[in-house]
Ligand binder design. Structure first.
Ligand code: SF4
Length: 163
């Protein structure tokens, strides 16, 4: 399995970006959305003493685990599908690689919103097919051509794609 949580997130935003990241091609500048997301996460965790991100095998980075519930903090729900699939990947990875059955919660503190994410038979099939699709995508000899999506204006690869 070459997929990781970050690639699963980007797979639902832009396939070209997955290929570029999967081939270790670094953008010139850091993605401002990711930096912003990190600062929201650290603000959220000031309320908790156990402010420690859990990094498992460089495949998943869990913001917070309480019992068997994984909490993933996001700045906004604008990319909800991507966030859900990323969390499903965490649950899938924990189950199949670590033998841990967990539930997930997406937390959007600025929107005072929480969304539960459950790995059931249907969602497991869905994330499993995404993992295979990411592997197939990265195995392509060249990246898919750029396609304008709403994320492009904030994307760290934008100069590479559009200049
Ligand atoms: S600039 Fe747009 S097309 Fe290029 S990698 Fe980023 S999101 Fe994808």
């Amino acid at each position: 399995m070459v997929a990781n949580g970050t690639l699963v997130w980007y797979y639902h935003i832009c396939k070209r970006q997955v290929w570029l990241m999967g081939h270790g091609i670094e953008p010139e500048h850091e993605n401002p959305l990711m930096a912003e997301g990190r600062s929201i996460t650290s603000l959220f965790f000031r309320r908790y003493e156990e402010n420690k991100e859990i990094n498992l095998d460089n495949r998943i980075k869990i913001d917070l685990m309480r019992g068997n519930v994984i909490v993933e903090v996001k700045k906004s729900s604008k990319f909800l599908k991507a966030a859900k699939m990323q969390l499903l990947f965490y649950l899938y990875y924990l189950k199949h690689e670590k033998g841990v059955e967990a539930k997930g919660v997406l937390s959007f503190p600025e929107e005072r919103r929480r969304v539960e994410v459950v790995l059931d038979a249907e969602s497991e099939r869905e994330i499993s097919s995404v993992i295979k699709a990411i592997e197939n995508l990265i195995n392509l000899p060249s990246p898919p051509p750029p396609v304008k999506v709403r994320y492009c204006r904030r994307c760290a690869y934008r100069e590479m794609c559009w200049s």
